[in-house]
Design a protein around this ligand. Structure first.
Ligand code: GCU
Length: 678
């Protein structure tokens, strides 16, 4: 095992100027001994001893110690009135770092908050920040900060690009759970507080996860996560009452079905008293759901919500519902419309422990999509947004694609749902509508590769996801810098070079792949590499409609599918109008001739040629920059990224040439610069 790779951003590298941290070299007193407090204790001891290169003494409860760590309940008497008020007015996960009067205090509103506070302190030290005069109050902006594992019991990971599952192997839950524990540590270090541990597509054997056959072991996993402040959820099969319960129906309004789920919930909570609840993919891509019984998604989710309600459990119900058996000849159906059309009319009918989980875009995690118009459109229904940290359509952790800039753009989008300022960020934080539960969820990108994420640089997406969901006001650059310093070291050349690579990588990836928001054009099934017409005559509803005259999907209200009407004004008019639609989303909303002039002064076809030549060249630039770091980075991680970048280059070349050739052959319009097109 190569620990450097494995330790991701928790390297705890010895820092050069330890003098400034003299205060930390005293005895540390940690109050309490719950599992989460114990984790905090172990972590602070381990981290400081390594970074300061000396044994740190952690002792029992002593309020006069130079460093005191604990909850407000235990340590409130060490605080002044203002501090107490501030902490009390922040949420359960809020904490204070204060270093006045020669005492450093890390005090949280809960055990979990203490753990977050400890990680904050550790981060400050690893980033070599001044800690002599701290007065930092922090609380997460989002209540739900969740990850979804798409792991299967056979050990495979759906859309996993980092090896196999760390949870399951050969049809069993892994015996050695140390890696799960390390994962929990990483998650707590960036503030993730919930996880579902199995694929949203719940196959035959995984349906039994909610039975005695698996619950004893899942209980152990829940305990591991609990000690790091992470609540465990399970994905469930909506047809469980039939598949494993011996009933003849899974109809959500059937009495025996309701009872079955009620008993099931009670049984699960006997094993896991703080079980989070169910994640449900229903009536989506052939998964069973309420439609079979002519019931809707409120009926389906409410039935489960009732079963979980006595235990404070939640139903996280996914809105990825669309017709995946579409006839490509049918021009009236538009997949982009589906989630809104299905769910918006149900607003107000969901129980208060149901939370709708909505993908950030209306299609499926493409490199560029507009923001889903469903987010914020249901004032009376809890919602969380779903991102994909796994790079299914953004290079599969072979190609570099730092996704924080994309997520930030989504969060900053102003829906105007309640007038100006109704950004996605505020909606999912629960500040626009009075949601009881809200926040952010995402598909994880980890596996059992030694470095967890396939491409070492893809660790930045996991780190960034956590940091951003905690504090969406952090910039993509700040997050990148934090991650780089903790992961590779505090050297200007390293920081500048990697930061530049990360911050440009999304644009680079977009440049050489599907243009102007049209999406797809990927190898069907696999979703890596180009296949321009791969999905064009398929049943998945993912078309680009390129012909000899032009390309794009007409989603306008006058001549297209009317999808634009799902947005509030002024977004509706902006997207609907050819004149005002932003270039980067043009082909998502409009069909245009190849010679149509973009706002950037180029024709669509010339833009396609230019970005594709440019994108490929930019990959060369990435390679050069990475190569320049050879002397600064350990061989293993250096070679890992170097190898991925070479593969990215081959991929970019294929995309460049296939896209350019395809559109040249369709349009017969020459490249103004006469570059090679085949
Ligand atoms: C995508 C992905 C599937 C996944 C689905 C989902 O379509 O390709 O593998 O199951 O999303 O989010 O449910």
């Amino acid at each position: 095992m190569n620990r450097t790779k494995y330790n991701m951003w928790l390297q705890y590298r010895p820092i050069s100027n330890i003098k400034q941290y003299e205060l930390l070299m005293n005895e540390i007193s940690v109050f309490g001994d719950t599992p989460a407090i114990k984790s905090a204790k172990v972590e602070v001891d381990f981290a400081l001893s390594k970074m300061l290169n000396q044994a740190i003494k952690v002792k029992g409860e002593d309020p006069t110690a130079k460093i005191v760590i604990g909850t407000i309940e235990k340590l409130g008497n060490l605080l002044n009135e203002t501090q107490i008020q501030k902490l009390k007015s922040s949420n359960d996960e809020g904490y204070l770092l204060s270093s006045s009067n020669h005492q450093l205090k890390v005090i949280g509103n809960s055990d979990r908050a203490v753990l977050y506070g400890v990680h904050h302190l550790i981060r400050l030290v690893q980033l070599e920040k001044d800690i002599s005069d701290l007065e930092i109050f922090q609380q997460p902006k989002n209540q739900f900060r969740m990850l979804n594992q798409w792991d299967n019991l056979d050990g495979s990971v759906e859309r996993g690009y980092s090896g196999n599952s760390i949870f399951y192997k050969n049809g069993q839950i892994v015996q050695d759970k140390s890696r799960i524990k390390d994962y929990a540590r990483y998650l707590s270090s960036v503030g993730i507080n919930a996880i579902s541990i199995n694929n949203v597509n719940v196959w035959k054997e995984e349906t039994y996860f909610i039975t005695k056959k698996y619950l004893p072991e899942i209980k152990q996993i829940a305990e591991i996560f609990r000690a790091y402040g992470v609540t465990l959820y399970l994905s469930i099969n909506f047809a469980s009452p039939m598949a494993i319960g011996g009933l003849s129906t899974a109809d959500p309004l059937d009495q025996s079905v309701k009872e079955w789920w009620r008993d099931k919930a009670a049984e699960i909570y006997e094993y896991i008293p703080d079980f989070g609840g169910f994640v449900v993919k229903a009536d989506s891509e052939h998964r069973p759901g309420p439609f079979t019984y002519d019931r809707d998604h409120a009926d389906g989710s409410n039935m489960l919500a009732e079963a979980l309600e006595p235990f404070n459990g939640k139903v996280v119900w996914r809105c990825f519902v669309y017709n995946c058996l579409q006839d490509w000849r049918d021009r009236s159906t538009d997949r982009a419309r589906a989630a809104f059309d299905h769910f918006k009319p149900l607003d107000g009918r969901f129980h208060e422990n149901v939370i709708l989980q909505i993908k950030n875009g209306p299609m499926d995690f493409q490199v560029r999509e507009p923001v889903s118009p469903l987010i914020g459109a249901m004032p009376n229904t809890n919602q969380i947004i779903e991102f994909q940290v796994a790079q299914e359509y953004t290079g599969q952790q072979i190609d570099l694609c730092y996704l924080i800039p994309q997520w930030k753009q989504v969060l900053q989008f102003d829906t105007h749902i309640k007038g100006e300022g109704s950004s996605i960020e505020e909606i999912v934080a629960g500040n626009i509508h009075p949601y009881k539960y809200s926040g952010i969820s995402a598909v994880s990108n980890i596996g059992d590769d030694e470095n967890w994420t396939g491409n070492t640089l893809a660790q930045a997406n996991l780190y960034g996801y956590g940091r951003l969901t905690w504090d969406p006001s952090l910039s993509a650059k700040e997050i990148a810098q934090e991650w780089i310093i903790q992961t590779f070291g505090n050297t200007e050349t390293i920081i500048g070079t990697i930061e530049d690579m990360l911050l440009n990588s999304w644009e680079i990836y977009e440049n050489y792949t599907a243009p102007l928001g049209v999406g797809w054009m990927v190898t069907p099934g696999v979703h890596y590499g180009p296949n321009i017409d791969g999905y064009e005559y398929s049943r998945w509803g993912t078309y680009h409609f390129a012909d000899r005259d032009g390309i794009g999907v007409d989603r306008t209200k006058e001549t297209g599918t009317g999808y634009t009407e799902q947005y509030e004004e002024p977004n509706q008019s902006k997207y609907n109008s050819l004149e005002h639609c932003p270039d980067e989303l043009l082909l998502f909303f409009h069909y245009v001739p190849y010679k149509y002039m973009l706002k950037n002064g180029k024709s669509v076809i010339q833009h396609i040629y230019d970005t594709h030549f440019k994108g490929f060249n930019q990959v060369d630039g990435l390679i050069e920059r990475w190569d320049s770091l050879k002397q600064y980075i350990d061989e293993d991680r250096f070679e890992n990224v170097q190898d991925r970048l070479q593969r990215q280059k081959a991929n970019a070349r294929e995309w460049r040439d296939q896209i350019n050739t395809y559109f040249y052959r369709k349009s017969r319009i020459n490249d103004q610069h006469n570059r090679t097109i085949y």
